[in-house]
Write a protein of this length. Sequence first.
Length: 602
Amino acid sequence: MAQVIADRRDVDFVLHEQFQVDVLCKAAQFAEFDKKVVDRIIAEARNLAIKELLPTLKIGDELGCSFDKETVSTPAEYKRAWHLLTAGEWLALTRDPQWGGQGMPEVVSLAAKDYLIGGNIALMMFAGLTHGAARLIEVFGTEQQKAIYLKKMYTGQWTGTMLLTEAEAGSDLGALTTTAVKNPDGTYTITGNKIFISGGEHDLTENIIHPTLARIEGAPEGSRGISLFLVPKYLVHDDGSLGARNDIICTGIERKIGLHGNATCAMALGSRGKCIGTLLGQENKGLAAMFIMMNEERLAVGLQALSCASSSYLHALSYARQRIQGVMLGSRDKASVAIVNHPDVRRMLLTMKMYVEGMRSLLYFVGLCEDKKHIAQSEEQKEIYQDLIDVLIPVAKGYVSDRAVEVCDMGVQVFGGYGYIREYPVGQLLCDVRVCPIYEGTNGIQAMDLLGRKLGMKQGNAFKHLLGRMQKTIAEAKAAAPVAELAEKLTLAVGKLGETAMHLGMTAMGPDVKKAFSFACPFLQVIGDVTMAWMLLWRATVAAQKLEKTDNKRDIVFYEGQLKSAEYFIKTVLPVTLGRMRAIGDTCGAAVEISDDSLGGK
């Protein structure tokens, strides 16, 4: 039977063979999550995703969400799927059980959501946004706010969003104009308009909680004067019961090229009366609070991208094995063969495979670092894991989403003309995944964050920790004959990456800062490529060691596939990466030197 959404063998390989997550259960915090329990969790997530969520994916795309007089309706089939998600307590897998969570390791949660998001990315956005909103309350809320909101949100009785973007501000949140005026009872009257609010209005739950950025009357201009507020659709009494309808309304939904199953709303606050919010955290500290949570949100976007790419690959692979067309090159037999036998199709499939595998390892690794940070015995170890997370987040969001778009595009290409027809799923996956390089901070912003903040963090030591982990894997690979040559090639690339980072970082601190930042995106691609090569070499090293000890035919085939993924990436992609690094070293200034008039179009 063909795999769908994600290859279970590959998920198990990353969890148990590459990262050995069962070691986590030796810590008291994760004591109950041994291999048997982890496997059961993944199996249940897979069953739910394939049997219940996946059938709603095409329905959500074709029917979409409808808007009528401030009301947004989701497809009827979503109601059962949402009920199953909440009944199974799938919304807050890593959170404290006292608030409705499961307390499981982050890396295990990522593996479960690999399937759930792949089942229906648009539906799971309601869950993901709710988790993010609730986390803000958990970290920055008062005890009363936690008691009122957390359990209802983590269990899916209520959902949540994030009201950040405004029409004239866009990614520049410091330019927002939504205002907050303090009332005698300590609440605030909020007035303003927000756009691009995913899940801002819907009919899945009885209440929607909107963490909202606004500027208190008299606060400083710019980002220093932004505060964060909780604005519920229905006001909430101290005992958690619902009160009157708050004056926050949806004024319309966007017509998007993808993600039709999740409404992207324009929201008006205080346009007809009085919109009430309560302060979350400290005054004028709202943007800082929001950015503390951005690591989680950006990792979630990377996982969305991976899930689409993984699904597209498995669809393309299954189709290529079934589609009969053309004769085999170099063969005297004139009978038509499955297109999986044609060299160029095989090239596309291997390219999709290696990226999906490398991206899965990268995202799970970030989750593993989060888990190891929580159980680390020393502050020094905790700091190292946090450094790895901080440096890798722009890669996990930016690079992964860029490559996922390419993988989904290849999925359409493997299908040929049929890939361009809505009857087949790969077109929808391409349209859905295309938003991932855009939201939660465009990939240009991820690149600027990497160059402007992460590269020089702690005098460059955070970046050095990453290079050190790469070199550790390389040392292990050099001792394994099947991958020793690949390890040597990666050694050169890691060394060159260090030089490139030094050059670009120094350039950014000098008079040519604009030239440096014109290469921020190419640098993100470079560090992403080297990280992919590291992950694939790590996988191949484990596979090489396993091959020496097994005679199981299915395992042998899988492990040999790991060797080929690493070989193909390191021998065909990494040479191009080295060329990109040379280009960054030249730091051509044409992009910032060309005049507006010379760009043409006038």
